[in-house]
Write a protein that binds this ligand. Structure first.
Ligand code: GDP
Ligand code: MN
Length: 396
């Protein structure tokens, strides 16, 4: 889970990393009301969960008071790489004399923590790594090793930092490392780590990504308003799995697993569930003419999702035929098994053949079908949706 710059900086500050004085503003009025306390020049920074805001025009240094309102208006209306800007971080501007890079991440190839530093800050680290790899300096640590002061001092020297400033660099690197470990981060990055004209090192930017699976270990984050969120651009493990299977799939936060037939039916089904007071756990589309294999995979996604309490199936056989649908469901039942109640309605192209497949399979092994309620065209889809909602409520 990625953090906004303002969230990351709040945490950095707690760990003793110097950050500029700032406040968060959700509207032009809030910018107007608060900026005087910071004075000029100041920087308006779009808060979006992506980097490269500078290049996209999302960072604006302001030196004249009359620019503040029009610029705040412009920035709040911006979309950066598809992300709408909902708030601005208003910061006291730094007078930057040099920009460094400092980041900590996990090297997944060899299970090490990599502390990375460069004298070429401010730009994309990937770009530096590709074009001038000699400008990148790295300390790799085993997962239970700590970062020692001498290692941080060595990094500082390699960046050409000298004198007293070596100590402040080392202090920041150790603090960042402390943060990284304490919060189970996957990435903690300061780019740029700015050297001000007064000779202070300050985190001008902050980029953090936390391990979703470790969030429960940090209840203090929720108290700070940092809640688990689904983001564009960052897929959940289930969404990744679905993507590998080429199934259009999106996790939602309800408890009814949506097993649709046809995209239109999928959307309508979600609408019905909401209408009857239930909450879909996902949106899914079978992705056009699904094979029995794909149908089985769709059910695996739902059955293995611990959030799902009941599965709601609505298959309208069109080009994708009901017999293929039935084969897929039976395949799933035989090879995987169903662990939660499922209500399904099947109608349309080849439905008689579909029903026959179900009947045969059920006669063969009735136990596989214990948790399923099957319906055809005689029961309207609304009733099926209502039944699914009812079952989800009964499941608590
Ligand atoms: P990013 O583009 O999303 O990485 O956003 P940054 O926060 O890193 O800002 C991009 C660039 O804007 C930085 O590399 C700086 O050159 C510049 N910048 C950011 N904050 C300040 C500031 O306080 N003063 C000055 N002079 N430049 C800044
Ligand atoms: Mn940056």
């Amino acid at each position: 889970m990625r953090l906004y710059e303002f969230e990351a900086k709040k945490l950095f500050k707690q760990f003793g990393i110097p950050v500029p004085q700032s406040f968060l503003a959700g509207s032009v009025e809030e910018v107007e009301k608060g900026w005087a306390a910071l004075g000029l020049p100041l920087v308006l920074k779009c808060q979006v969960l992506t980097g490269g805001r500078g290049k996209a025009g999302g960072i604006k240094v302001i030196s004249n008071a009359h620019e503040i309102v029009p610029e705040a208006e412009r920035l709040l209306a911006l979309r950066i790489k598809g992300y709408p800007v909902k708030s601005l971080l208003v910061e006291k501007a730094l007078s930057i004399s040099r920009e460094y890079y400092l980041g900590i991440t996990i090297n997944r190839a060899d299970y090490k923590i990599a502390v990375i530093a460069s004298g070429c800050g401010g730009v994309d680290i990937e770009k530096i790594a590709a074009e001038t790899p000699e400008m990148i300096h790295k300390v790799e640590l085993d997962i239970d090793e700590k970062l020692y002061t001498f290692q941080a001092i060595n990094l500082a020297r390699k960046l050409g930092i000298g004198g007293e400033k070596v100590k402040s660099f080392a202090q920041i690197a150790l603090a960042l490392f402390g943060f990284f470990k304490s919060y189970d981060a996957k990435l903690a990055e300061i780019n740029p780590l700015a050297m001000t004209s007064a000779g202070d090192l300050v985190a001008a930017d902050a980029r953090v990504s936390l391990d979703d699976d470790a969030l429960s270990r940090h209840p203090d984050l929720a108290k700070m308003g940092i809640e688990k969120r689904h983001e564009e651009g960052e897929l959940t493990p289930r969404e990744l799995r679905a993507r590998d299977w080429e199934i259009p799939y999106l996790d939602l936060d309800g408890d009814i697993g949506m097993f649709p037939g046809g995209a239109g039916f999928g959307i309508m089904g979600n609408d019905f569930i909401q209408y009857f007071g239930g909450k879909p756990a996902n949106f899914m589309d079978s992705g056009g003419g699904p094979t029995p294999e794909r149908i089985a995979k769709m059910l695996i996604l739902l059955d293995e999702n611990p959030q799902v309490k009941v599965i709601f199936g609505a298959r309208f056989g069109g080009i994708s035929r009901c017999d293929d649908f039935a084969k897929g469901v039976v395949k799933f039942l035989r090879e995987h098994g169903l662990s939660k109640p499922m209500v399904v309605r099947m109608t349309g192209n080849m439905w008689q053949e579909g029903v026959r497949i179900f009947q045969n399979a059920r006669e063969e092994s009735p136990r596989l079908f214990e948790k399923i309620e099957f319906h055809g065209i005689e029961v309207p889809i609304e009733d099926i949706a209502r039944r699914a909602v009812q079952l989800s409520k009964e499941a608590g």
